[in-house]
Design a protein around this ligand. Structure first.
Ligand SMILES: Nc1ncnc2c1ncn2[C@@H]1O[C@H](COP(=O)(O)OP(=O)(O)OP(=O)(O)O)[C@@H](O)[C@H]1O
Ligand SMILES: Cc1ncc(COP(=O)(O)O)c(N)n1
Length: 269
């Protein structure tokens, strides 16, 4: 009997289904793995923004994590919205006991600018969470928030990665999706462990249906790591998956629509 690789997301729920836990589980299924979840917070969210957010108690996060890890086991873990300093510290402590690869997406704010992490949690992200990561996947706003490095040109991404690596992840994947057109060739991300450097380049799709890109990239990366890829192989596959999902992104609600996690089944548009 075939048992698919087991991948766990520790993240917030997005009621609109485009980001957070919902994006993670869809991505994990699309990439042939068994997705599992530890919910950290519940958001009331749609294509227009985040209308409310409620954090779970640390005890509930710990209990979900133990239920999954102690019985089922994990081949990779991904973290997303962690909401507060208490939950960042709790999750960092839980991850320290895990041997599987860990992808940390240090989610700070939503696409609409709604805060998904308390400013008081930044120290715990720097001091405890990032060191548990096999790969950390900050976007440019998160890089600025965590390190003070401002990326305006592609070449600045090297300094951003070096500053993130100081906090202890084995690899940094700096996402350049927010680089202004004209300052990058396509949509470019930089993956490096401080020695090797891999530029991940894809075509830019400006169809505005980009809700969930960061969650999707990090989950695809975790899924491929669970399947046994090396970090550079997993990152290349994740970039290809998110690029296809973005190209197929669709209108939903009155605002920013989601990427299409099922694009491979439906065929490329
Ligand atoms: N318009 C775009 N066209 C093609 N690829 C994109 C575009 N925007 C982002 N990407 C890619 O999507 C992935 C996520 O990048 P991004 O910088 O948007 O992350 P994020 O900010 O965490 O996501 P979000 O903006 O959803 O919070 C990266 O691989 C990035 O290069
Ligand atoms: C619960 C939750 N987690 C994460 C994000 C960030 O999403 P994106 O992938 O668009 O950055 C979000 N909007 N909501």
């Amino acid at each position: 009997m075939h048992t698919p690789p087991r991948v766990l997301t520790v993240a917030g729920s997005d009621s609109g289904g485009g980001a957070g836990i919902q994006a993670d589980l869809k991505t994990m299924l699309a990439l042939g793995t068994h997705g599992m979840s530890v919910v950290t917070a519940v958001t009331a969210q749609n294509s227009l923004g985040v209308q409310g957010a409620w954090e779970l108690p640390a005890e509930a996060v710990r209990a979900q994590f133990r239920s999954v890890v102690d019985d089922i086991g994990v081949d990779a873990v991904k973290t997303g919205m962690l909401s507060s300093a208490v939950l960042v510290e709790t999750v960092a402590e839980l991850l320290a006991g895990v041997r599987a690869p860990v992808v940390v997406d240090p989610v700070g704010v939503s696409k609409h600018g709604d805060a998904l992490l308390a400013p008081t949690a930044l120290d715990a992200v720097r001091g405890a969470l990032l060191a548990t990561a096999t790969v950390a996947t900050p976007n440019l706003d998160e890089v600025a928030q965590l390190t003070g490095v401002r990326v305006e040109e592609e070449a600045d991404m090297r300094r951003a990665a070096a500053a993130i690596l100081e906090f202890g992840p084995r690899w940094a994947l700096i996402k350049g999706g927010h680089l202004a057109a004209g300052h990058a060739e396509g949509a470019v991300d930089l993956l490096t462990d401080g020695t090797e450097e891999h530029w991940l380049r894809g075509p830019r799709h400006d169809n505005r249906h980009t809700h969930g890109t960061g969650c999707t990239l990090a989950s695809a990366l975790a899924a491929r790591l669970a399947k046994g890829d090396t970090v550079p192989q997993a990152a290349a596959a994740a970039k290809e998956y998110v690029t296809g999902a973005l190209a197929a992104g669709f209108r939903l609600g009155a605002g920013i629509g989601p990427v299409d996690h099922g694009w491979r089944r439906r065929g490329t548009p």
